[in-house]
Ligand binder design. Structure first.
Ligand SMILES: [Ca+2]
Ligand SMILES: [Ca+2]
Length: 225
């Protein structure tokens, strides 16, 4: 029974420690994590249309409309195997909320191209926004591009965090099935470090509590052992 109590304290301590370090840094900016695009009907093209409520894109939510999740078999990705057409069958929007430090400036670099299928509009625009930050539109005209030559180009968006978390969103302004293509989103702090928040006061408090619980458990173990 005493061993069980000791085990309980160790479990409790590790649970608290896990909570303390389980932050939500920016993740899956290249859309490589998750189940991946599925073959569509009888088509050999690997593309899946994702709707709000779908959690296929680890870390991201589909906020409105729908998007096409593309495998490199369908078109060349900017990085890895997967990328997005931000207009699925209509204009779509995705968002991710991650840890930031209030007052710190962040740089968001992403690869932009356009669906080269020739569909309207000829120029495809993508709106980028972050909590408390500006709303900026980026445009691309994929004339002369193809699924094997997407013409991916890096774009940069900047914002200053207003709180301990920030929601970053990408919204297609192409009201058709042929939208701006997005891949390889990277978020860095102004110092060039990854956007992982510094431990907050409550994190330190939890770490302190974890240490205390571990000390208690070890003490109990010594007393019973
Ligand atoms: Ca990718
Ligand atoms: Ca589409």
């Amino acid at each position: 029974m005493k061993t069980l109590t000791s085990k309980f304290w160790l479990l409790a301590a590790s649970a608290v420690a896990a909570t303390a370090v389980h932050a939500a840094p920016f993740q899956n900016g290249s859309f490589e994590d998750g189940p991946g695009p599925k073959k569509s009907g009888n088509s050999v093209a690997w593309v899946t249309t994702l709707y709000p409520g779908d959690n296929s894109l680890t870390g991201w939510t589909i906020s409105s409309g729908n998007i096409d999740y593309m495998d490199t078999d369908f078109w060349q990705a900017a990085a890895g195997q997967r990328s997005l057409d931000m207009s699925g069958t209509q204009a779509g929007s995705i968002a991710q909320t991650f840890d930031t430090v209030a007052g710190t400036s962040y740089s968001v670099t992403f690869s932009l191209a356009g669906n080269p299928d020739g569909g309207a509009p000829a120029t495809k625009s993508l709106r980028v926004a972050a909590t408390g930050g500006p709303q900026t539109d980026y445009s691309v005209t994929p004339s002369g591009n193809s699924t094997s030559n997407m013409g991916w180009a890096d774009q940069t968006y900047s914002f200053t965090a207003t709180g301990a978390s920030t929601t970053l969103s990408f919204t297609s302004l192409a009201a058709s099935s042929s939208g701006p293509a997005l891949d390889n989103v990277r978020v860095t702090g102004v110092t060039g470090t990854p956007a992982v928040s510094a431990p907050t006061l409550s994190t330190w408090a939890m770490l302190g509590m974890a240490g205390l619980l571990i000390a208690l458990a070890l003490r109990k173990r010594r007393l019973t052992g």
